[in-house]
Write a protein that binds this ligand. Structure first.
Ligand code: EPZ
Length: 430
């Protein structure tokens, strides 16, 4: 199993190209189920989660070619995927696949909309919390799907097709918004989604659906009005840059010092995180090529941060912020309001010498003078990368085990960091 070895204490200087967003690429790939035409997606990141979803979609009958060739583990940045769901041969998404990646549950809406039936495994819990799917199901029921749960599977049918309706989500959910939005694009008539998630990845999917022929008003707001179509067409779409990868590298630069251009990044997609980063003392500037982040000496100022749905501070950057303020010159407070169990990194950061107290959904972090390298364990994707940031700051060597978590969501992480001066290598073992 691969491990990552970091020798801390190096500044980061240079340019880091930002990849396409994992959390947009996944639902965009799923959108291919809505049409028998070809959907071409540019700037798809080469990640374990993307490759797993490709396998799941192939199982449904989707034909996938990468840049005109059959897909394979090509290591190129920003591949183009051509997906064609001419014949959907299987409307079952099995447990073995859905349990490995929750986003694959989002095939449910498109399969019911197009095939009028679907059998999709419930995803189950995961390291960051229980993560129910009740709002996905109530949203799809409102569009006319008949849904039963049997032996861990959602069995859904809509013999006469889905029909538009008004859906008001009781709380903001990225996944439920994706699932219902995708289904509504092929439903009869108008669907109104109120309290929709506003994450940029939702906007990216909505824009792709518009290119495919749906009419959608309110993109980027919490009210989406979708006029469904009998049939959607193919389209060409480029995946939005990854705001979480952007934020992660921005926090890493603030942690180590130095100056890095995050090429292609869009500041408006992570303004709350950049504002919080500025409060720690880093300098952040939106420039035509992306975002320039620097910290030239000086102490890290402690901050108080609470995670919120977009446009608030993202839960997917909470662990990285925590790693940064372990070295602040005072006490920071970080509250996690989205997932109840997203503090798995706390124990591991403590192994490097961080001083963190947990009380319910709030972590109180008292800055220490130095972190010291140690062997640590990656637990989930964003927690793992917080250990990378901590390792870059720490004195001596940090060895991160279970790096397959990182490979799910960070493309060429070691290469991007080492090109900016980090000492970071992958140690492969039989
Ligand atoms: C998406 O997960 C992201 N995943 C997550 O990123 C991200 O952390 C999360 O949104 C929040 O921003 C992808 O985009 C693939 P939610 P999702 O539904 O859709 C509750 C990463 O590291 N809820 O917005 O599963 C839920 O329990 C991943 O890339 C219900 O109660 O998140 C949570 O408390 C991790 N009922 C809250 O809503 C439901 O039916 C928000 O979850 C659905 C959700």
């Amino acid at each position: 199993m691969d491990r990552i070895k970091i020798v801390g204490g190096q500044q980061l200087n240079g340019t880091i190209p930002i990849s396409g967003a994992k959390n947009a690429a996944l639902p965009l790939m799923i959108a291919s189920l809505l049409t028998d035409d070809r959907l071409s997606l540019k700037n798809v990141p080469n990640l374990a989660d993307v490759n797993l979803l490709a396998r799941i979609l192939r199982n449904h009958g989707v034909d996938l070619a990468v840049d005109g060739k059959r897909s394979g583990p090509a290591p190129y940045l920003g591949e183009t995927f051509h997906l064609t769901a001419r014949d959907i041969v299987d409307t079952t998404a099995p447990y073995e696949m859905v349990s490995r990646m929750r986003a694959s549950f989002w095939v449910l809406g498109p399969l019911i909309a197009r095939m009028r039936k679907a059998r999709v495994s419930l995803p189950g819990g995961c390291a960051i919390g229980t993560r129910p799917v009740d709002m996905h199901l109530s949203g799809l029921r409102a569009l006319g799907a008949e849904i039963d749960i049997d032996e861990g599977y959602v069995i859904a049918k809509a013999p006469n097709g889905l029909v538009g309706n008004r859906i008001t989500f009781p709380k903001v959910s990225v996944g439920a918004t994706h699932n219902v939005l995708l289904a509504a694009a092929l439903a009869k008539g108008e669907t109104l989604i109120e309290n929709a998630a506003r994450e940029p990845e939702i906007g990216d999917v909505a824009e792709c659906l518009v290119k495919m022929g749906a009419q959608i008003d309110g993109i980027g707001t919490s009210t989406l009005r979708i006029q469904g179509r009998d049939r959607l067409e193919g389209a060409v779409h480029s995946v939005v840059p990854d705001r979480i990868e952007t934020g992660t590298f921005a926090f890493a630069v603030a942690a180590t010092g130095g100056e890095v251009l995050l090429e292609g990044a869009r500041a408006e997609h992570l303004q709350a995180a950049l504002d919080a980063l500025k409060r720690t003392g880093a300098s952040v500037e939106a420039v035509p090529e992306g975002i320039r982040v620097s910290r030239q000496g000086g102490e890290i100022t402690p901050v108080t941060v609470e995670t919120q749905p977009f446009p608030g501070f993202p839960t997917d950057l909470q662990a990285q912020m925590m790693a940064l303020v372990t070295r602040a010159n005072g006490t920071s407070v970080i509250s996690e309001t989205i997932f109840e169990n997203r503090f798995m990194h706390v124990q591991e950061l403590a192994r490097l010498g961080a001083d963190i107290q947990l009380h319910g959904d709030t972590a109180t972090i008292t800055g220490v003078k130095a972190l010291r390298g140690a062997p640590v364990m990656a637990t989930d994707l964003r927690a793992s990368v917080s250990l990378v940031i901590a390792g870059l700051m720490a004195e001596g060597e940090t060895l991160i085990n279970r790096v397959y978590h990182l490979d799910r969501g960070f493309e060429r992480l070691e290469e991007k960091l080492s090109r900016c001066g980090a000492i970071i290598t992958r140690v492969s073992e039989g």
